[in-house]
Design a protein around this ligand. Structure first.
Ligand code: 0RA
Length: 644
């Protein structure tokens, strides 16, 4: 170890920089949970993507190694290895890896992301890794350096010769920093697929070498975001078979847009800035929406589809059934909002708005047939919205006449503070009866549902609103839906789906999740939606008079394990619960409803594009698509959902 006097002022500053990253990792990567962990990967790979955007790199290889470390290999120019012009004693490679935000200061070309949560620099990854190895091929040689928790452990050294160029980074995330250091294949697959869509032709190979059989996927799209929008719309019936595509640029930046309407009722517009998913939207999305509504109304008037007396199409009408990707690149993106995923730059709004108005009106002029279908769809959407509004008003008036307006089937709780209360949505009247007896009535409410609920994905908004079951759900929860949805009005902060542990139960749970995803998605993102886990088996002594259950078992593995560990298994009986109705209220309380002993699974949305695809493939109208999906995923289905 060098003593402190051997550091010069520059070195001390460096040390403080990366120490601070370790002290306050959240400030740099958002969290120290799985999200933050995966951020390290994005950071490293994004640097290679930048090199590709600059035109010097054509392929990227990403690997989760057997020992749990991660490697990114690119064939770009290689990070410079010579002496850094401003820091004597340090190579440029060392500067890039040990100085906060040094990466972007080179060259100054392209649209390097800087500041905030994104583009924090590969030095952050270095600071948060127990070990990092950087290898560069460049200037005829292979050079290597090593680091630990941000500190150089091996100075730069030439370890071989090569005429190739490129950069390879391997890092081991620090378990002292992260709650988990296990990379998730699905999360990374989605990210790399998205990155490949956003960067036309870029080839990303992703491998997982941890399991017995290595997995590999290659992402490369000739069509870029046109392929992306087709992917987003997969399984839906397209109105314009070929996606609409246009691009524009000026001194502010560049914009690319791909759009395709489908016959469904949902909007799926995704926006990105410098490859970053702006889930909170921002100025680029505002420009897009304004232009879309204006252009569609202008065209509808000009073609006399909207008559003089007709109201304008609303923005929601125009976006019903629209899949779209908006991708902008700009020099200094400002990310705002709660999760720093809202683009703030006002100057980009005009560029997007102009591009969409011109691109879309040209498309309408040149393709009158799909144009008419698209406009007609928006007109229909407007009519359905008006009808739904009427139906809602009617329900509300009916409710007012009936008193408090809560559904008759609801056994409400006495506490009124939603932060403290729970709603159990229970399959079937008999299980509903047990649950009503079992519950702690002060804070647990029960809503029994009779039979299957409507598939809202196929029924659409208007028809869904004429279903009693759907209406009682909406009224019991209290948030309203559509334009009037207000998550703050939720009457319970825990909404628990409790169904039998069989195929029918799983189906009802999926129908309910579809309902929440379509009509009240914010309840999912707020973490209000849960799934109860009733036991599959009860273990008791043979011929026991009390019939007392000694142990509840929640899946087949647990049963196998427990039976294997019993010394005299023949002295026990296993009872298999076919449904919630078979348990008496006391058993139901202790296994599934008592906060002290129950297990709840909280429902979350990891990747909205994926959920959107799954819901429309599984619940939508395309039968082939649904069959393929079920065949592909049958192996993943939890054993408890298989009826044996
Ligand atoms: C700065 C300058 C140059 C290359 C890079 C950065 C670079 C960084 C990364 C990070 C991952 N892969 C990368 N590839 C390249 C090159 C400057 C020059 O050669 O003129």
């Amino acid at each position: 170890m060098p003593n402190s006097s051997s550091y010069d002022a520059g070195d001390i500053q460096i040390l403080e920089g990366l120490e601070h990253v370790r002290k306050r990792p959240g400030m740099y990567i958002g969290s120290t949970g799985p999200r933050g962990l995966h951020h390290l990967v994005y950071e490293v790979v994004d640097n290679s993507v930048d090199e590709a955007l600059a035109g010097y790199c054509t392929k990227i290889e990403a690997v989760i190694n057997k020992d749990g470390s991660f490697t990114c290999i690119d064939n770009g120019r290689g990070i410079p290895v010579g002496k850094h012009p401003k820091r004597k004693n340090m190579s440029s490679l060392e500067v890039v890896l040990t100085i906060l935000n040094a990466g972007g200061k080179f060259g100054g070309n392209g649209y390097k992301v800087s500041g905030g949560l994104h583009g924090v620099g590969v030095s952050c990854v270095n600071a948060l890794s127990t070990k990092l190895v950087a290898q560069v091929k460049r200037d005829g040689g292979i050079f290597e350096m090593e680091f630990s928790r941000g500190k150089t452990t091996k100075k730069i050294e030439q370890i071989g010769k090569s005429q190739a160029t490129g950069t390879t980074i391997t890092f081991w995330p620090d378990p002292e920093i992260f709650t988990t250091v296990e990379f998730d294949w699905d999360t990374l697959v989605n990210h790399f697929r998205q990155t490949a869509f956003l960067n036309k032709n870029l080839k990303i190979t992703f491998r997982d070498e941890r399991g017995d059989e290595p997995k590999e996927e290659v992402f490369q799209y000739k069509g870029g975001i046109v392929d992306f929008v087709k992917y987003v719309n997969n399984g839906k019936e397209a109105l314009n078979a070929r996606p609409i595509y246009f691009e524009a640029s000026n001194e502010v930046g560049e914009v690319e847009v791909a759009m395709q309407w489908n016959s469904s009722y949902t909007e799926n517009v995704r926006s990105f800035a410098n490859n970053i998913d702006t889930t909170e939207g921002g100025t680029h999305l505002e420009g897009f929406r304004n232009a879309l509504t204006r252009t569609m109304n202008e065209y509808a008037r000009k073609q006399n589809i909207l008559k003089e007396k007709d109201d304008n199409l609303s923005g929601d009408d125009c976006r019903e059934g629209l899949g779209a990707i908006i991708s902008v690149r700009l020099h200094e993106p400002q990310f705002e909002g709660q999760t720093k995923t809202k683009l703030g730059n006002p100057e980009i709004r005009g560029l997007v708005q102009g591009a969409v108005m011109q691109g879309l009106s040209e498309y309408f002029e040149e393709h009158p047939k799909p144009a008419r279908q698209i406009i007609n769809k928006a007109v229909q959407a407007g009519k359905a919205r008006a009808a739904a509004r009427k139906a809602r008003d009617l329900t509300r008036r009916k409710g007012a006449l009936e008193g408090a307006g809560l559904p008759g089937k609801l056994a409400d709780c006495s506490v009124k503070d939603p932060a403290l209360t729970e709603l159990y949505i229970v399959e079937g009247d008999s299980a509903g009866g047990s649950a009503k007896q079992a519950r702690e009535r002060s804070y647990q409410a029960i809503l029994p549902l009779r039979g299957k609920i409507l598939n809202v994905e196929r029924a659409g908004l208007h028809r869904s609103l004429s279903s009693d079951t759907i209406n009682s759900l909406i009224t019991a929860i209290g948030t309203g839906i559509g334009d009037e949805f207000d998550a703050d009005k939720a009457r319970y902060h825990r909404i628990i789906i409790m169904t039998d542990a069989d195929v029918d139960g799983a189906h009802i749970a999926i129908l309910l999740l579809t309902f929440f995803f379509r009509f009240m998605p914010e309840l999912i993102t707020r973490g209000y939606i849960y799934i109860a886990c009733p036991p599959l088996y009860g273990l008791k002594k043979k011929n026991s008079r009390s019939g007392k259950i000694l142990q509840y078992l929640y899946n087949d593995e647990a049963l196998k394990e427990t039976m294997a560990n019993l010394e005299n298994p023949e002295k026990f009986d296993v009872q298999r619960y076919k449904g919630l109705g078979e348990m008496d209220p006391e058993q139901l309380w202790e296994t599934t409803m008592d906060p002290e002993t129950r297990t709840l699974r909280q429902v979350s949305i990891n990747d909205s594009t994926e959920v959107e695809r799954v819901v429309s493939e599984l619940m939508g109208t395309d039968v082939d698509c649904r069959r393929t999906f079920i065949q592909e995923h049958a192996k993943d289905i939890d054993e408890r959902f298989l009826d044996i």
